[in-house]
Write a protein that binds this ligand. Structure first.
Ligand code: IVH
Length: 689
């Protein structure tokens, strides 16, 4: 909630403190209740009811009253979220109940052995498990007395941790005061983590301020929790998921199953991960592991495996512990995404827009099942900030389909011979001058289309699936056609004959015919795809779709002034500058002309010029749409004045649900949100086109 940044730290109390009258006491109580309610709606249910400005008003009124009447201070007031005066050191805390660790399994075979042991010990055929994502953050124990958070501690060595109460109080999803029915004393354990989105934003801010960035969300969460000044922690985007109970006072009837305990703590106000499931038998666990593995890259938090826990507490007690870990649970780890290796050299690769990307040539190393021998270093600033040198031992990270990257250097391992890299003055491919704009981190080859590397990348981009989608023209063939000088720019593609293509190495008549057919089919396209295919700097799919919706055809876009471009929503001045510059250059206009003359065409549309037909209506898009990407659909809706958000809530007016819609569809159904399938969505767009 952006506006919540305006919260300021509580000031010191005035010297002669006034006594609060009953009306004031009542008002403070009311404000605290309201703010708690809105915190819950915002942070736990993603469903805010009041605007940020309204929330701020309530918050500031409460802060002012608490400052005026120090007698009303309460450690569970929502105002403590902003942090307080720095501590000198963290105090030690002895855990009332040890914080355990987990045994690990890495393979299905090990998992099956684990399950077999449990079946045998419990004398059952199959065990009921609770399967949970294993969050990659820091374990904390939260202690509540009479429903008020009184202490938060790190795990430490399991018996003794550190008191980080002040810091944990600033985490907005940690309840300061419990709701519902709870025991006098309750300890809840969970994992504090930094969401990936928050981590990226925070690192970006640190980078802008020329400060040291964090290597990953886990380190960043750890660094943020270990601040002696909780006001710093308060500014960090931390979050928590709770997954276990610690001490609970006698006489309180706890549910007899782990899963039900999690559901119960949820009602008290603790966030519990929504991917947790009850499963029976080891095969179901394996399926869960595979599924979560597939979801892993799309989650907004890091996980390093899944955890299986025996659901029945009676069974847990029967199984007991081995040294520091319970026998009734195990972590099933994913292959590590980070490994150590050595940088043997650093080269520069030239991209489609001429950007020079430093690439580390590595001593090959297996990361998450794949041998990695190259990793990106992004740009020169990044190399300097991370102080990475040739010869360094470095951490390599490969997550999902993302290109492997160098996370950091292990400075203690640096050999004397380690060498810093210099930005080359000339392009390593075409020898044109390399230029580095003051305001940009990126250095570029000035060769443009004359640079072989830029030409190759531009051609691959033109042919790619989201651009002209030319069937039969993959990256390799693009390179071959250029190397054989059969083409120089995209318009030459449409002059190719099957005979000359068939002559190329590893090509035959059939693949040549396929290419020619693919080229022919690609001529019928959309303006959005065509604009995207041109590879104008900064113009991605979504921008191309906005431009297409706005102008309807290419002529008005070619004529558009810089001001007109800036005025289009979603297009900032830098992007507008690139678009405008592109259509000023004769060689680009010439290319567009030749492509049109070769037969590339699209259906023109009346320019929408940002209509307000759907003004203020809130849309969510999910699943796969039949003939447009989600970005295109988003741009089309925005062009009609609609707001497009990422998650379904009571505020959502429409859910556009394509093929394979999942949880968003069920949530929308349960909230009674109007649902548009592919056809209905097309009809809606057509109505306003
Ligand atoms: S349960 C009695 N559940 O993993 C078992 N731990 O390797 C106590 N962790 O220290 C832990 N996600 O920091 C549990 N869903 C989850 C977890 C989880 C992450 C961490 C936790 C613990 C470590 C053990």
């Amino acid at each position: 909630m952006a506006a919540k940044k305006t919260e300021s730290a509580p000031g010191s109390a005035p010297e002669s403190a006034a006594e609060p009258n009953p009306k004031i006491i009542q008002r403070v109580k009311e404000l605290r209740q309201k703010i708690r309610l809105h915190n819950r709606l915002y942070y736990q249910q993603d469903n805010p009811e009041i605007p940020d400005s309204e929330y701020d008003k309530l918050f500031r009124e409460l802060q002012a009253l608490e400052q005026q009447y120090p007698a009303l201070y309460s450690s569970s007031s929502p105002t403590v979220r902003v942090g307080s005066q720095p501590l000198d050191a963290f105090h030690k805390v002895k855990h009332a109940q040890r914080m355990l660790s987990l045994q690990n399994v890495f393979t299905e075979k090990e998992l099956e052995a684990f399950d077999k042991r449990l079946c045998k010990a419990l004398e059952v055929d199959s065990v009921e498990y609770v399967a949970e994502p294993k969050l990659d953050g820091l374990a904390v124990s939260l202690r509540y007395e009479q429903g008020i958070l009184v202490q938060a501690a790190t795990r430490g060595d399991g018996s003794t941790g550190e008191d980080i109460t002040e810091n944990v109080r600033t985490i907005r999803s940690v309840p300061l005061k419990l709701s519902g029915d709870f025991p006098e004393i309750l300890e809840v354990r969970g994992e504090v983590f930094m969401p990936r989105s928050g981590f990226a934003r925070m690192n970006e801010e640190l980078r802008k301020a020329d400060k040291k960035t964090y290597a990953n969300p886990r380190n960043s969460a750890a660094g943020s929790l270990r601040q002696l000044d909780s006001r710093i922690t308060a500014a960090r985007p931390l979050d928590i998921y709770c997954y276990a109970l610690g001490l609970c006072s006698d006489g309180f009837d706890l549910p007899a199953h782990h899963y039900d305990r999690l559901q119960w703590i949820k009602t008290l106000g603790f966030p519990v991960n929504d991917l947790i499931e009850v499963l029976t038998g080891v095969k179901a666990c394996e399926r869960y592991y595979q599924n979560i593995g597939k979801l892993r890259d799309g989650l907004d938090y890091d996980i390093d495996g899944v955890v299986y826990k025996v659901n029945s507490i009676a069974h847990q007690q029967e199984l007991g512990f081995v040294s520091r870990a319970p026998r009734w649970a195990t972590a099933h780890k994913f292959p590590a995404q980070e490994q150590l290796t050595v940088i043997e050299d650093i080269d520069f690769q030239v991209g489609r827009t001429g950007a020079l990307t430093p690439v580390a040539r590595l001593k090959p190393v297996e990361v998450a099942g794949v041998i990695v021998s190259n990793a990106t270093l992004h740009n020169m600033d990044e190399i300097e900030r991370k102080d990475i040198r040739i010869g360094d031992t470095v951490i390599i990270r490969r997550a999902g389909d993302v290109i492997p990257e160098v996370v950091s250097a292990v400075v203690s391992e640096r050999p004397k011979s380690a060498k810093k890299v210099q930005l080359p003055a000339r392009c390593p491919v075409c020898d044109s001058a390399v230029e580095r704009n003051e305001s940009e981190a990126v250095a570029r080859c000035t060769g443009g289309f004359a640079c072989g590397a830029q030409r190759k990348e531009a051609m691959k981009h033109f042919a790619s699936r989201k651009a002209m989608d030319i069937d039969g023209l993959g990256d390799k063939l693009c390179e071959q056609l250029l190397d054989a000088e059969l083409i120089r720019d995209p318009s030459d593609l449409y002059d190719l004959s099957a005979a000359e293509v068939a002559d190329l190495e590893r090509m035959g008549q059939k693949s040549a015919d396929n290419l020619i057919a693919g080229l022919e089919a690609s001529k019928k396209t959309s303006l959005a795809r065509f604009l995207y295919a041109l590879g104008i700097r900064e113009v991605g799919e979504a921008t191309a779709a906005s431009l297409a919706a706005h102008f309807g055809d290419i002529e008005p876009l070619k004529q558009a002034t810089l001001e007109a471009l800036i005025n289009i929503s979603d297009i900032g001045p830098i992007m507008a500058g690139h678009i405008h510059a592109y259509f000023q250059r004769p060689e680009n206009l010439d290319l567009v002309q030749r492509l049109i003359e070769a037969g590339v065409h699209w259906e023109t549309a009346a320019p929408t010029v940002t209509s307000d037909a759907l003004n203020g209506q809130v849309f969510v898009i999910t699943g796969t749409l039949s003939n447009m990407s989600r970005d295109e659909a988003k741009a089309a809706l925005q062009a009609l004045g609609a707001k497009v958000t990422g998650s379904v809530s009571k505020k959502t007016d429409y859910l556009v649900a394509g093929e394979k819609s999942g949880s968003k569809l069920s949530k929308a159904e349960s909230l009674g949100v109007k649902i548009l399938d592919d056809e209905a969505f097309k009809a809606l767009l057509a109505k306003y086109a």
